[in-house]
Write a protein that binds this ligand. Structure first.
Ligand SMILES: [Zn+2]
Ligand SMILES: [Zn+2]
Length: 348
């Protein structure tokens, strides 16, 4: 059986290839890709900026599809024809190993044998993907394959939001209104009454933020955001800042924007070795909390439920769809920051 794939031979070198599908293991399934989201991580993979990536690689980790083959000893009741969304992060249990130091502590996302479909092993910029059955989630009937391709990024957002433990009186500042920032905003707006501010330079994204219900929308390239943050908070700064860009500048801005007791969630993927100066006296005296958030342990089902009960309708974030053969065009478009670009989906 053959597979059409977009192989990243090395950074900045993509090759469309037809390759043999290896025999699946008895605990694995073969998934025919429905849709796969193009994520910032895929762009970092293209640029060669993901330290744990292994080339040659077929990227693509935000995907849904249909099971076309099942191994003989699955540990769940999945069957051929089932529609599934995949959690691409694999830990000891999925890899059928004895628990490592972190899996033992129930922090599977730090698994010492951690692998990720589309990052360290071949992913869904392909017609078919091999997955351990334990990371496949059956898609509820009323959720489309397109919508289900958002399970993974949504689950990542939920993991981050769980960490900062938002309360109803919080004023929340979201830095960056790309697909992730807008998913964050969607969850916050759908589940709390919190006042939200979003800063985003791209106009169409600001429009989407407005549609989703952001209370105040700022263009950081046109105005200094700090005066507005202050006016909206009696001069104190925000309770929560969520950094969804992945740059030094915005990470610093997140921390600088906080009031006393404020919390910053650093969610964007910065370049390795990016550093900023930290005012540690302020950290102490103002009880500033900093949070990182990595992948999506334990939140995939929650994400599927939010999609199923229509709390989150992510397909409105899609601006472009491409076939696999146009993958390079898709990547350069996603990198372009052009005004009408938001979430880009690949349909192999
Ligand atoms: Zn992603
Ligand atoms: Zn482990």
């Amino acid at each position: 059986m053959l597979n059409n794939v977009a192989l990243f031979v090395e950074p900045e070198k993509v090759s469309l290839q037809t390759i043999d599908i290896p025999k699946i293991k008895e605990t694995e399934i073969l998934v025919k890709t429905g849709y796969c989201g193009l994520c910032g991580t895929d762009i970092h993979l293209f640029d060669g900026k993901v330290p744990f990536a292994k080339y040659p690689l077929v990227p693509g980790h935000e995907f849904s599809g249909e099971i076309v083959k099942v191994g003989s000893k699955l540990r769940n009741d999945l069957q051929i024809g089932d529609r599934v969304a995949i959690n691409p992060n694999l830990s000891c249990n999925d890899l059928q190993r004895d628990s490592c130091y972190y899996c033992e502590k129930n922090r599977n996302h730090f698994c010492q044998s951690w692998e990720a479909i589309g990052v360290t092993r071949n992913g869904a910029f392909a017609e078919y993907v091999i997955c351990p059955s334990t990371v496949a989630y059956k898609i509820p009937e009323n959720v489309s394959l397109k919508s289900a391709a958002f399970m993974e990024p949504l689950a990542c957002c939920l993991h981050g939001l769980n960490k900062i433990d938002i309360t109803e009186s919080d004023v929340i500042y979201i830095i960056g209104g790309g697909p992730i920032g807008l998913l964050m905003l969607s969850v916050i707006k759908a589940t709390t009454q919190c006042k939200t501010l979003v800063s985003e330079p791209v106009k169409s994204r600001r429009k989407l933020a407005e549609k989703i219900g952001a209370d105040i929308i700022l263009d950081p390239f046109e105005e200094d955001v700090f005066p507005t943050l202050k006016t909206e908070t009696q001069g104190q700064g925000v309770d929560v800042a969520i950094e969804c860009v992945g740059s030094k500048l915005t990470a610093k801005q997140a921390i600088d924007s906080l009031n006393k007791g404020g919390k910053a969630l650093i969610f964007g993927v910065a370049d390795p070795l990016s550093t900023i100066n930290l005012d540690i006296h302020r950290l102490y005296a103002n009880e500033i909390s900093l949070f990182g958030s990595f992948t999506n342990p334990d939140t995939n089902l929650m994400a599927l439920n939010l999609l199923s009960d229509q709390t989150i309708t992510p397909t409105s974030l899609i601006s472009h769809e491409f076939q696999l053969t146009s993958i390079e065009k898709a990547i350069s478009l996603a990198k372009s920051q052009l005004d009408d670009v938001n979430k880009v989906l690949i349909k192999p």
